[in-house]
Design a protein around this ligand. Sequence first.
Ligand code: BGC
Length: 372
Amino acid sequence: MKAVAVIPKQPNSAHLVEMDKPNPGDVGCGRGVMVGVLRVGACGTDHEINTGEYGVAPKGYDYLVLGHENLGRVVAVGENVTEFEPGNYVVATVRRPRGTSVYDKIGEQDFTTDDKYYERGISRLHGYMAEYYVENADFLVQIPSAIADIGVLLEPLSIVEKGLKQASDIQERLKIWRPKTAAVLGVGSVGLLAVMALRMRGYTVHGFGLDHREGYLNAELCEAIGATYDSTAETSIAQSTEKYGPYDLIFECTGYSPIIFDAMQALNENGILILASVTGGDRKADQVPSDKINQMFVLGNRALVGTVNANREHFEMGVKDLALCEAMHPGWLGRMLTHKVVGLENFAEAFEILNNTGKYKAIKTYFEVKKI
Ligand code: BGC
C-alpha cells in the first residue's frame, strides 16, 4: 500500500513509500481493527515536520509516515473487538500511553511528562497518511455516518475540547461559573472550531484575526455561526474590550506568542485564558506591562492554562459538537474543508498549499484517499 512519509529532520523530504498492508493480527489480544483511510487532514504540524523542525521515525525505520487528522472505515476486526464492525466510520486518537510517566500508566497520556512521547504521524509511530492502518480498538472513536463527511475535523476539534474541558475543570474552584463572553484569537481551522464549540455552549463569541473582514471567508464563517469578527490590524485585543467588555474565556490559537500579554489584560475577573499555540521559535515580547498583568491576575483571580493533544473523552465530546453544529448550522463545517487533494500521490500539492495558506486562502486542506 501507498503512504506519505518524511525523513525526520530533513527539510522537504516528503515522499511516497510502499508498505505492506497491515492486518488486525498486528495488534495483540485480538483487539486490532483494520481501517481503510478515507480522508487525512494536513495541518501546520505536518508542514513543520516536513520542514524538518521535528518528527521522530519509529524504531527500525528511517522514515515516518505522516498524518494525524484522520477519518476511515473499518475493514476487518480482531476476535475480541465487539464495539466495531466492518463499514463503521472511525477516527483514531493520536497519542499512545507508551511513556513511563504516571499519566501514561493511568491512560491520561495527553498529560504525559515524558520528553519522549508517542504520537501517530508525529513522534515514534507511523501516521494515517496511508491507504490502511491497524489500531487497537481502545483508540478508535465511532463517527455517525450522518457526519462522516466532516469527521476529518474531529482531531483538530479534540484539541479545542480538551482546552474547554480543562477550563471547566479549573473553574470548579468558583463553585458557580456562568461565563457569557469569549474571545477566540486566531480564526484558522483550530480557531474556527473553537468559535463553533463555544457557540454550541451558548457563549457570545468574538473572533479575531490579522486579515481584514471584507472578503475573508474565515470572518464570514464567524458571522454565519453568530460570532463577530474583528481584525487586530484595526483593534487590539485589549482595545476590543471597550466595545465588547472583558472576556470570561479567551482561547488563543494565533501562533503569535506576544499576543498572550494583550489577552491577559482583556480577561474578566475570575476569567480563564487557554493557550493552544505551539510556538517553536524564539520570539521575545517587549514592553510587557508586567506589574499591571500580575496585579490583574492576583486581584482578579484570573487563570491561565496550556493545552495540547487530547484523549478519548475529548474526541467523544467533539463528536457531539460536530453533530449539534451540523443540526443547527447545516453545511457550516463543510465550508471549512476548503482544499481537497485527491490521492496520496499528489502530496506535493498539499504541501504547496500548506506552505502558502494565505495565498490559497486555505482553512482545512485534506487528502481524499478514498471516496466516502
Ligand atoms: C496534534 C496534537 C499533538 C501536537 C504536538 C498537534 O497538531 O493535533 O495531537 O499533540 O500536534 O505534537
